[in-house]
Design a protein. Structure first.
Length: 477
């Protein structure tokens, strides 16, 4: 095994080379040449099973696999057997001197020479220069970012209480092609961050990546210090969700599928940062405003909000005031909800790039603002804003009992009732029953129509048979 010395290996890609003749003089020269590039942490193995074991130890890192043509069938068989224990999407490259011989040897597994949901096939190379060229491909990219102006959407009317979590765009199934395009967009625009490049290059050009895995990759990407999360939150705070909608939807999908765990501890959560003068003014006005039918000052989050389980760590993010922004410290006093099926937040401590004790709240999470205070934290004048996390409104708003109050648009109401998410909702059972009854009624009418058509066909068939019999008798006589 070869490892660079005195080099920061954290941003380097992993390279696993599996070849029965790895110790030949020729291969040793190739390994030495790659090692001198200081681009890879290189692991070389003569046996397939040892290469697979090393692959299982790597998590969320850009990983290349060079496999000899003679060992590919054994490798791909073992790789697919261990699929559920592997936490990267590696790029697999075949290095063989005789391409035609390799294709003939592997013709029974031809379909395994294509990109799959859990690996990328980089092709067959017969020259080391081609292998080297493939390994060293890079992608540049940058974007300009604006500051977030508004964190919350304020509910100032009972009619605005439709659940944002059930927006049509979040219920509607997104074609996997949209996620593929989004992955390419991330690579082209944000690859100036080596960590984003390293992460998304693993899933680029792949089809049908399992959502359980893709949601983890997206979540990890959000936690990387880069322009990605900054621009995403900036755009979302302005109400522009279209560009990053695949990202938002994938995190909701991860929660629905259970790949992103729900935060279940009944403890406070904390967030330090800055808040615009405009938002402070809005919050103060909103707290003094009583809205009929609402239990308190209800808000939706416009963008993603990261909270920490560690109060001391969260306070490190409090920033000094400038002309337009003030230091702020948020405290969620009721972070846990009895409903374990909530979709608007996730405990990402074990997915976070920096291994912080982080809980991520998604856009459209709902909170009640309890109060706002002026105080000093770490010698900085800071606004403290106390929040309650509400989760689903129907568990909090006792006065709202009619789904028509929450969702006035009838066609949108039907989308919600027909969606799978409704299984976890606490809406009036009578409404759901009536909806199902209407469906059964329509099915009954359809069944009756089908039976009528079948009966008419049978009668016509009988009539034709009688007619044919009479014709035969006429010709007989």
């Amino acid at each position: 095994m070869i490892k660079p010395i005195f080099i920061n290996t954290y941003k380097m890609s992993n390279l696993i080379w599996i070849d029965g003749n790895i110790e030949s003089n020729e291969n040793k020269e190739y390994l030495k040449e790659l090692d001198n590039l200081n681009e890879f942490i290189i692991y070389s193995f003569k046996e397939v099973n040892k290469g697979i074991e090393k692959l299982k130890q790597i998590k969320f890192r850009n990983t290349y696999i060079i496999c000899s043509g003679a060992m590919y069938k054994e490798f791909i068989t073992n790789f697919e057997r261990e699929e559920n224990n592997i936490n990267v999407i590696p790029k697999i490259l075949i290095f063989t001197r005789d391409k035609n011989k390799f294709i003939e040897r592997t013709k029974d597994i031809k379909e395994k020479l294509l990109d799959k949901s859990f690996y990328s096939f980089g092709g067959i190379r017969t020259e080391f220069s081609e292998v080297k060229e493939f390994l060293l491909k890079k992608n540049p990219g940058k974007r300009k970012i604006e500051e977030e102006k508004l964190i919350f959407e304020y509910v100032d009317d009972i009619k605005k209480l439709y659940l944002p979590i059930y927006y049509k765009t979040l219920i509607k199934i997104t074609p996997l092609d949209d996620f593929d395009k989004f992955n390419k967009f991330i690579l082209s625009e944000y690859s100036s961050s080596e960590d984003i490049l390293e992460l998304f290059s693993q899933i680029n050009y792949l089809n049908n990546i399992p959502k359980t895995l893709l949601s983890k990759y997206y979540t990890r990407a959000y936690t990387i210090e880069s322009n990605l999360y900054k621009e995403m939150n900036s755009e979302l705070s302005k109400g522009n969700k279209e560009k990053f909608l695949p990202f938002i939807k994938m995190l909701y999908e991860g929660n629905k599928l259970g790949s992103l765990p729900i935060y279940s501890e009944n403890k406070n959560l904390y967030r330090g940062g800055k808040i615009s003068n405009e938002e402070i003014k809005k919050i103060k006005e909103y707290l003094n405003k009583k809205i009929e039918g609402l239990p308190g000052a209800i808000v939706y989050s416009r963008s993603f909000l990261s909270f920490s389980k560690d109060e001391r760590k969260a306070k490190e993010f409090i920033k000094k005031a400038n002309n337009n922004y003030n230091p702020v410290f948020f405290i969620i006093q009721n972070s846990n909800n009895d409903n374990k099926n909530l979709l608007t937040h996730s405990d990402i401590e074990n997915i976070s790039f920096y291994k912080e004790k982080e809980v991520l709240f998604f856009p459209f999470s709902s909170f009640e603002i309890n109060k706002i205070e002026d105080t000093q934290i770490n010698g900085i004048k800071t606004f403290i804003i106390y929040l309650n996390y509400l989760g689903k409104y129907e568990t909090q708003l006792k006065n709202v009992k009619d789904i028509n109050q929450i969702i006035p648009n009838s066609s949108f109401k039907n989308d919600i009732i027909e969606s799978k998410i409704i299984e976890n909702a606490n809406y009036n059972p009578k409404i759901i029953f009536e909806h199902k009854k209407n469906i059964f009624k329509k099915l009954k009418i359809l069944r009756k129509s089908i039976l009528t058509i079948i009966w008419k066909i049978s009668v016509m068939k009988l009539f034709v048979n009688i007619l044919m019999l009479k014709i035969k008798r006429m010709y007989k006589y």
